[in-house]
Design a protein around this ligand. Structure first.
Ligand SMILES: [Zn+2]
Length: 405
Protein backbone atom coordinates (compact mmCIF):
# COMPACT_ATOMS: atom_id res chain seq x y z
CA UNK A 1 0.00 0.00 0.00
CA UNK A 2 1.21 3.53 -0.70
CA UNK A 3 0.96 4.39 3.00
CA UNK A 4 4.55 3.39 3.76
CA UNK A 5 5.78 5.21 0.70
CA UNK A 6 4.02 8.28 1.95
CA UNK A 7 5.61 8.23 5.37
CA UNK A 8 9.03 7.97 3.79
CA UNK A 9 8.37 10.79 1.40
CA UNK A 10 6.93 12.90 4.19
CA UNK A 11 10.47 13.26 5.49
CA UNK A 12 11.65 14.46 2.09
CA UNK A 13 9.26 16.63 0.17
CA UNK A 14 6.24 18.34 1.72
CA UNK A 15 4.39 18.88 -1.56
CA UNK A 16 4.55 15.27 -2.61
CA UNK A 17 3.42 14.19 0.84
CA UNK A 18 0.35 16.36 0.51
CA UNK A 19 -0.53 14.84 -2.86
CA UNK A 20 0.14 11.38 -1.57
CA UNK A 21 -2.03 11.80 1.51
CA UNK A 22 -4.78 13.26 -0.59
CA UNK A 23 -4.83 10.23 -2.86
CA UNK A 24 -4.89 7.87 0.10
CA UNK A 25 -7.75 9.79 1.66
CA UNK A 26 -9.66 9.64 -1.56
CA UNK A 27 -9.17 5.94 -2.18
CA UNK A 28 -9.58 5.04 1.49
CA UNK A 29 -12.70 7.18 1.86
CA UNK A 30 -14.39 5.89 -1.27
CA UNK A 31 -13.86 2.36 -0.07
CA UNK A 32 -15.06 3.12 3.45
CA UNK A 33 -18.26 5.12 2.97
CA UNK A 34 -21.03 2.64 2.53
CA UNK A 35 -24.56 3.61 1.61
CA UNK A 36 -26.69 1.58 4.03
CA UNK A 37 -30.28 2.60 3.33
CA UNK A 38 -32.38 5.05 1.34
CA UNK A 39 -35.88 6.26 2.11
CA UNK A 40 -38.34 8.66 0.50
CA UNK A 41 -41.10 10.31 2.59
CA UNK A 42 -43.50 12.03 0.21
CA UNK A 43 -45.93 14.51 1.80
CA UNK A 44 -47.81 17.60 0.69
CA UNK A 45 -45.93 19.70 3.28
CA UNK A 46 -42.52 18.58 2.01
CA UNK A 47 -40.91 15.47 0.55
CA UNK A 48 -37.86 14.07 2.27
CA UNK A 49 -35.14 11.84 0.79
CA UNK A 50 -32.91 10.21 3.39
CA UNK A 51 -29.58 8.57 2.57
CA UNK A 52 -28.16 6.59 5.48
CA UNK A 53 -24.44 5.84 5.40
CA UNK A 54 -21.58 4.47 7.47
CA UNK A 55 -19.78 7.85 7.49
CA UNK A 56 -20.89 11.43 6.98
CA UNK A 57 -21.56 12.18 3.30
CA UNK A 58 -20.12 15.23 1.53
CA UNK A 59 -22.28 16.72 -1.21
CA UNK A 60 -22.76 19.59 -3.65
CA UNK A 61 -26.06 20.72 -5.09
CA UNK A 62 -27.26 22.83 -7.99
CA UNK A 63 -30.30 23.35 -10.17
CA UNK A 64 -30.79 22.70 -13.88
CA UNK A 65 -33.69 24.16 -15.85
CA UNK A 66 -35.77 23.04 -18.83
CA UNK A 67 -36.97 20.82 -17.30
CA UNK A 68 -36.49 21.79 -13.64
CA UNK A 69 -34.06 19.44 -11.90
CA UNK A 70 -32.19 19.44 -8.63
CA UNK A 71 -28.76 17.79 -8.88
CA UNK A 72 -26.99 16.44 -5.81
CA UNK A 73 -23.42 15.22 -6.25
CA UNK A 74 -22.30 12.96 -3.45
CA UNK A 75 -18.56 12.80 -3.10
CA UNK A 76 -16.26 9.87 -2.35
CA UNK A 77 -18.79 7.16 -2.80
CA UNK A 78 -19.42 4.27 -5.12
CA UNK A 79 -22.80 3.43 -6.55
CA UNK A 80 -23.99 0.30 -4.78
CA UNK A 81 -27.23 -1.72 -5.18
CA UNK A 82 -28.91 0.15 -2.29
CA UNK A 83 -28.31 3.55 -3.86
CA UNK A 84 -29.15 2.20 -7.31
CA UNK A 85 -32.49 1.15 -5.85
CA UNK A 86 -33.48 4.67 -4.70
CA UNK A 87 -35.55 5.53 -7.82
CA UNK A 88 -37.72 2.42 -7.31
CA UNK A 89 -39.04 4.01 -4.08
CA UNK A 90 -40.50 6.98 -5.94
CA UNK A 91 -44.30 6.99 -6.04
CA UNK A 92 -46.43 8.56 -8.80
CA UNK A 93 -48.27 10.94 -6.52
CA UNK A 94 -45.18 12.41 -4.87
CA UNK A 95 -46.10 16.13 -4.86
CA UNK A 96 -42.56 17.29 -5.70
CA UNK A 97 -40.56 14.57 -7.47
CA UNK A 98 -41.37 13.55 -11.04
CA UNK A 99 -38.29 11.44 -11.79
CA UNK A 100 -35.18 10.21 -10.01
CA UNK A 101 -31.93 9.13 -11.59
CA UNK A 102 -28.82 7.88 -9.84
CA UNK A 103 -25.49 7.24 -11.58
CA UNK A 104 -21.75 7.09 -10.97
CA UNK A 105 -20.85 10.47 -12.46
CA UNK A 106 -17.09 10.03 -12.13
CA UNK A 107 -14.90 7.67 -10.06
CA UNK A 108 -15.43 9.76 -6.91
CA UNK A 109 -18.93 11.05 -7.39
CA UNK A 110 -22.43 9.66 -7.46
CA UNK A 111 -24.92 12.04 -9.06
CA UNK A 112 -28.60 12.09 -8.07
CA UNK A 113 -30.84 13.98 -10.48
CA UNK A 114 -34.26 14.86 -9.08
CA UNK A 115 -36.75 15.77 -11.83
CA UNK A 116 -39.24 18.21 -10.30
CA UNK A 117 -43.00 18.61 -10.61
CA UNK A 118 -42.81 22.15 -9.21
CA UNK A 119 -40.11 24.60 -8.21
CA UNK A 120 -38.65 23.67 -4.83
CA UNK A 121 -36.65 25.23 -2.05
CA UNK A 122 -34.37 22.42 -0.88
CA UNK A 123 -33.14 22.16 2.69
CA UNK A 124 -30.23 19.70 2.72
CA UNK A 125 -28.36 18.74 5.88
CA UNK A 126 -26.54 15.89 7.58
CA UNK A 127 -27.43 14.20 10.85
CA UNK A 128 -25.11 12.39 13.23
CA UNK A 129 -25.93 8.84 14.32
CA UNK A 130 -28.73 8.52 16.89
CA UNK A 131 -30.45 5.41 18.24
CA UNK A 132 -30.49 2.77 15.52
CA UNK A 133 -29.83 5.37 12.81
CA UNK A 134 -26.35 5.81 11.32
CA UNK A 135 -25.15 8.99 9.56
CA UNK A 136 -27.88 10.56 7.46
CA UNK A 137 -27.95 12.97 4.57
CA UNK A 138 -31.39 14.53 4.44
CA UNK A 139 -32.79 16.24 1.35
CA UNK A 140 -36.03 18.09 2.14
CA UNK A 141 -37.94 19.56 -0.79
CA UNK A 142 -40.24 22.43 0.16
CA UNK A 143 -42.46 24.26 -2.34
CA UNK A 144 -40.76 27.42 -3.65
CA UNK A 145 -44.18 28.99 -4.23
CA UNK A 146 -46.48 27.64 -1.52
CA UNK A 147 -50.21 27.98 -2.11
CA UNK A 148 -51.85 30.70 -0.11
CA UNK A 149 -53.91 29.21 2.69
CA UNK A 150 -54.60 29.64 6.36
CA UNK A 151 -52.32 26.77 7.46
CA UNK A 152 -49.23 28.42 8.99
CA UNK A 153 -47.24 25.15 8.97
CA UNK A 154 -44.99 25.84 5.97
CA UNK A 155 -44.17 29.37 7.12
CA UNK A 156 -43.33 28.04 10.59
CA UNK A 157 -41.15 25.26 9.18
CA UNK A 158 -39.27 27.79 7.06
CA UNK A 159 -38.69 29.99 10.11
CA UNK A 160 -37.59 26.94 12.08
CA UNK A 161 -35.18 25.76 9.37
CA UNK A 162 -33.56 29.18 9.13
CA UNK A 163 -33.38 29.57 12.91
CA UNK A 164 -36.00 32.31 12.99
CA UNK A 165 -38.83 30.67 14.87
CA UNK A 166 -39.69 33.05 17.71
CA UNK A 167 -38.04 31.52 20.74
CA UNK A 168 -39.46 33.54 23.58
CA UNK A 169 -43.06 33.62 22.67
CA UNK A 170 -43.73 37.07 24.04
CA UNK A 171 -47.07 38.39 22.91
CA UNK A 172 -49.43 36.04 21.20
CA UNK A 173 -50.93 37.77 18.14
CA UNK A 174 -54.42 39.00 18.92
CA UNK A 175 -57.04 36.34 18.68
CA UNK A 176 -59.56 36.54 15.88
CA UNK A 177 -63.06 37.24 17.03
CA UNK A 178 -64.54 33.86 17.63
CA UNK A 179 -66.46 32.28 20.43
CA UNK A 180 -65.19 28.86 19.46
CA UNK A 181 -62.81 26.84 21.56
CA UNK A 182 -59.83 25.97 19.38
CA UNK A 183 -58.42 22.47 19.86
CA UNK A 184 -55.05 21.48 18.36
CA UNK A 185 -54.66 17.73 17.95
CA UNK A 186 -51.09 16.53 17.73
CA UNK A 187 -50.56 13.00 16.36
CA UNK A 188 -47.04 12.13 17.56
CA UNK A 189 -44.06 11.31 15.32
CA UNK A 190 -44.36 10.92 11.52
CA UNK A 191 -42.18 10.58 8.44
CA UNK A 192 -38.65 9.45 9.29
CA UNK A 193 -39.68 9.08 12.94
CA UNK A 194 -41.93 5.99 13.28
CA UNK A 195 -42.37 6.34 17.05
CA UNK A 196 -42.68 3.03 18.89
CA UNK A 197 -42.97 -0.15 16.85
CA UNK A 198 -45.12 -3.10 17.96
CA UNK A 199 -44.31 -6.79 17.93
CA UNK A 200 -46.24 -7.12 14.66
CA UNK A 201 -44.41 -4.05 13.30
CA UNK A 202 -47.37 -1.69 13.81
CA UNK A 203 -46.01 1.85 13.77
CA UNK A 204 -47.06 4.34 16.44
CA UNK A 205 -47.05 7.20 13.90
CA UNK A 206 -49.76 5.50 11.79
CA UNK A 207 -52.04 4.50 14.68
CA UNK A 208 -51.95 7.92 16.36
CA UNK A 209 -52.76 9.68 13.07
CA UNK A 210 -55.77 7.39 12.62
CA UNK A 211 -56.97 8.10 16.16
CA UNK A 212 -56.40 11.86 15.80
CA UNK A 213 -58.50 11.89 12.61
CA UNK A 214 -61.32 10.13 14.47
CA UNK A 215 -61.10 12.72 17.25
CA UNK A 216 -61.17 15.50 14.65
CA UNK A 217 -64.25 14.03 12.97
CA UNK A 218 -66.08 13.88 16.30
CA UNK A 219 -65.02 17.40 17.32
CA UNK A 220 -66.16 18.76 13.94
CA UNK A 221 -69.71 17.91 15.03
CA UNK A 222 -69.41 20.21 18.06
CA UNK A 223 -70.63 23.69 17.17
CA UNK A 224 -68.60 25.41 19.91
CA UNK A 225 -65.28 23.79 18.90
CA UNK A 226 -62.86 24.50 16.06
CA UNK A 227 -60.28 21.77 15.50
CA UNK A 228 -56.85 21.72 13.83
CA UNK A 229 -54.13 19.11 13.53
CA UNK A 230 -50.35 19.61 13.74
CA UNK A 231 -50.01 17.01 10.98
CA UNK A 232 -52.58 15.21 8.86
CA UNK A 233 -50.19 13.08 6.81
CA UNK A 234 -47.11 10.94 7.28
CA UNK A 235 -44.64 13.79 7.66
CA UNK A 236 -42.04 14.66 10.27
CA UNK A 237 -42.75 17.93 12.12
CA UNK A 238 -40.26 19.12 14.79
CA UNK A 239 -41.67 19.43 18.31
CA UNK A 240 -41.21 23.20 18.51
CA UNK A 241 -43.04 23.68 15.22
CA UNK A 242 -45.99 21.71 16.59
CA UNK A 243 -46.17 24.04 19.56
CA UNK A 244 -45.66 27.11 17.35
CA UNK A 245 -48.52 26.00 15.10
CA UNK A 246 -50.82 25.67 18.10
CA UNK A 247 -49.94 29.22 19.12
CA UNK A 248 -50.26 30.61 15.59
CA UNK A 249 -53.76 29.17 15.33
CA UNK A 250 -54.73 30.47 18.77
CA UNK A 251 -55.33 27.03 20.22
CA UNK A 252 -57.08 26.92 23.58
CA UNK A 253 -56.14 23.28 24.13
CA UNK A 254 -53.30 21.09 22.88
CA UNK A 255 -53.67 17.33 22.86
CA UNK A 256 -50.75 15.16 21.82
CA UNK A 257 -51.68 11.57 20.96
CA UNK A 258 -49.20 8.70 21.34
CA UNK A 259 -48.89 4.97 21.94
CA UNK A 260 -46.53 3.79 24.64
CA UNK A 261 -43.76 1.18 24.51
CA UNK A 262 -41.67 -0.68 27.02
CA UNK A 263 -39.07 -3.44 26.78
CA UNK A 264 -41.21 -5.72 28.92
CA UNK A 265 -44.04 -6.70 26.58
CA UNK A 266 -46.42 -7.53 29.43
CA UNK A 267 -46.66 -3.87 30.50
CA UNK A 268 -49.98 -2.39 29.40
CA UNK A 269 -52.61 0.28 30.02
CA UNK A 270 -53.35 3.88 29.04
CA UNK A 271 -51.84 7.01 30.64
CA UNK A 272 -52.39 10.75 30.50
CA UNK A 273 -49.60 13.27 31.11
CA UNK A 274 -49.50 16.96 31.73
CA UNK A 275 -46.47 19.24 31.82
CA UNK A 276 -44.41 19.42 34.96
CA UNK A 277 -42.05 22.27 35.79
CA UNK A 278 -40.57 20.49 38.78
CA UNK A 279 -39.45 17.10 37.53
CA UNK A 280 -41.36 13.99 36.57
CA UNK A 281 -43.92 12.28 38.77
CA UNK A 282 -42.18 8.91 38.36
CA UNK A 283 -38.97 7.57 36.84
CA UNK A 284 -41.05 5.94 34.11
CA UNK A 285 -42.59 9.32 33.31
CA UNK A 286 -39.16 10.90 33.20
CA UNK A 287 -37.84 8.14 30.91
CA UNK A 288 -40.85 8.51 28.63
CA UNK A 289 -40.46 12.28 28.36
CA UNK A 290 -36.80 11.81 27.52
CA UNK A 291 -37.51 9.28 24.77
CA UNK A 292 -40.37 11.34 23.32
CA UNK A 293 -38.24 14.49 23.37
CA UNK A 294 -35.69 12.60 21.26
CA UNK A 295 -38.21 12.59 18.40
CA UNK A 296 -36.43 15.55 16.82
CA UNK A 297 -33.13 13.64 16.72
CA UNK A 298 -34.82 10.60 15.22
CA UNK A 299 -37.00 12.53 12.80
CA UNK A 300 -34.09 14.79 11.97
CA UNK A 301 -33.92 18.57 12.25
CA UNK A 302 -31.38 20.69 10.41
CA UNK A 303 -28.55 22.25 12.34
CA UNK A 304 -29.98 25.75 12.43
CA UNK A 305 -33.14 24.30 13.92
CA UNK A 306 -31.21 22.34 16.52
CA UNK A 307 -30.65 25.31 18.78
CA UNK A 308 -34.27 25.13 19.87
CA UNK A 309 -33.67 21.78 21.49
CA UNK A 310 -31.44 23.24 24.15
CA UNK A 311 -33.74 25.97 25.20
CA UNK A 312 -36.35 25.83 27.83
CA UNK A 313 -39.34 28.07 27.96
CA UNK A 314 -40.49 26.69 31.24
CA UNK A 315 -40.04 30.06 32.91
CA UNK A 316 -42.86 31.35 30.78
CA UNK A 317 -45.29 28.66 31.78
CA UNK A 318 -48.10 30.21 33.71
CA UNK A 319 -49.73 28.70 36.73
CA UNK A 320 -53.24 28.84 35.26
CA UNK A 321 -52.05 27.02 32.15
CA UNK A 322 -50.52 24.29 34.29
CA UNK A 323 -53.53 23.81 36.52
CA UNK A 324 -55.87 23.83 33.52
CA UNK A 325 -53.56 21.25 31.90
CA UNK A 326 -54.01 19.01 34.92
CA UNK A 327 -57.77 19.57 34.82
CA UNK A 328 -57.93 18.72 31.10
CA UNK A 329 -55.72 15.65 31.58
CA UNK A 330 -57.78 14.42 34.52
CA UNK A 331 -61.02 14.86 32.55
CA UNK A 332 -59.62 12.78 29.68
CA UNK A 333 -58.14 10.21 32.06
CA UNK A 334 -61.50 9.73 33.79
CA UNK A 335 -63.13 9.05 30.42
CA UNK A 336 -60.27 6.73 29.35
CA UNK A 337 -61.01 4.58 32.41
CA UNK A 338 -64.14 3.40 30.62
CA UNK A 339 -62.13 2.36 27.55
CA UNK A 340 -58.99 0.62 28.79
CA UNK A 341 -57.16 -0.39 31.92
CA UNK A 342 -55.18 2.61 33.17
CA UNK A 343 -51.42 2.17 33.46
CA UNK A 344 -51.49 4.66 36.38
CA UNK A 345 -54.71 5.64 38.20
CA UNK A 346 -53.95 9.37 38.20
CA UNK A 347 -52.51 11.90 35.79
CA UNK A 348 -48.72 11.81 35.47
CA UNK A 349 -46.43 14.76 35.03
CA UNK A 350 -43.26 15.10 32.97
CA UNK A 351 -41.28 17.65 30.98
CA UNK A 352 -42.45 16.82 27.47
CA UNK A 353 -41.15 19.38 24.96
CA UNK A 354 -44.40 19.19 23.05
CA UNK A 355 -46.38 20.31 26.10
CA UNK A 356 -44.39 23.48 26.59
CA UNK A 357 -46.65 26.10 25.06
CA UNK A 358 -46.62 28.81 27.71
CA UNK A 359 -50.26 29.70 27.48
CA UNK A 360 -52.07 26.62 26.19
CA UNK A 361 -53.20 23.86 28.56
CA UNK A 362 -51.52 20.81 27.03
CA UNK A 363 -51.75 17.08 27.65
CA UNK A 364 -50.21 13.97 26.20
CA UNK A 365 -52.37 10.86 25.92
CA UNK A 366 -50.63 7.48 25.76
CA UNK A 367 -53.54 5.54 24.26
CA UNK A 368 -52.13 2.07 25.08
CA UNK A 369 -48.88 0.09 24.90
CA UNK A 370 -48.09 -0.76 21.29
CA UNK A 371 -45.30 -2.98 22.63
CA UNK A 372 -47.89 -5.19 24.35
CA UNK A 373 -49.15 -7.74 21.77
CA UNK A 374 -52.79 -7.65 22.89
CA UNK A 375 -52.90 -3.83 23.07
CA UNK A 376 -51.12 -3.63 19.70
CA UNK A 377 -53.93 -5.76 18.27
CA UNK A 378 -56.54 -3.47 19.87
CA UNK A 379 -54.84 -0.27 18.71
CA UNK A 380 -55.29 -1.39 15.10
CA UNK A 381 -59.06 -1.89 15.39
CA UNK A 382 -61.60 0.77 14.44
CA UNK A 383 -63.62 -0.14 17.55
CA UNK A 384 -60.80 0.65 20.00
CA UNK A 385 -59.70 3.73 18.06
CA UNK A 386 -63.29 5.04 18.16
CA UNK A 387 -63.57 4.36 21.90
CA UNK A 388 -60.34 6.24 22.57
CA UNK A 389 -61.47 9.10 20.30
CA UNK A 390 -64.81 9.31 22.13
CA UNK A 391 -63.06 9.32 25.51
CA UNK A 392 -60.80 12.20 24.43
CA UNK A 393 -63.75 14.18 23.04
CA UNK A 394 -65.88 13.61 26.14
CA UNK A 395 -62.90 14.52 28.32
CA UNK A 396 -62.53 17.79 26.40
CA UNK A 397 -66.24 18.54 26.86
CA UNK A 398 -66.06 17.76 30.59
CA UNK A 399 -63.07 20.08 30.87
CA UNK A 400 -64.78 22.94 29.06
CA UNK A 401 -67.57 22.83 31.64
CA UNK A 402 -65.14 22.87 34.58
CA UNK A 403 -62.19 25.00 33.49
CA UNK A 404 -61.01 28.14 35.18
CA UNK A 405 -60.34 31.13 32.99
ZN1 LIG B 1 -44.85 8.63 21.00
Amino acid sequence: MPEKLCSTKRLLIKGIVATCLLSITRVGFAAQVQLLATRIWPASTYTRITLESSLKLAYKRFFLTNPDRLVIDIENINLNPILKNLPSQLINHDPYIKTLRVAQYNPQTVRIVVGLKQKVKPNIFTLSPVGSFKNRLVIDLYPANPKEGDDPLLALLEKYNTGNLPEKTAANPPKKRTDKIVVMLDPGHGGEDPGAIGYKKTREKDIVLQIARRVRNLLNRESQIKVYMTRNEDVFIPLKVRVAKARAQHADLFISIHADAFQNRSVNGSSVFSLSTSGASSSAASYLAQTQNEADDIGGVSRSGDKYLDHTILDLVQKTTLSNGVLLGTSILNRMKGVNKMHKPTIEKAGFAVLKAPDIPSVLVETAFISNPSEERKLKTAAFQNSVANAIVNGIKDYIKKRKS
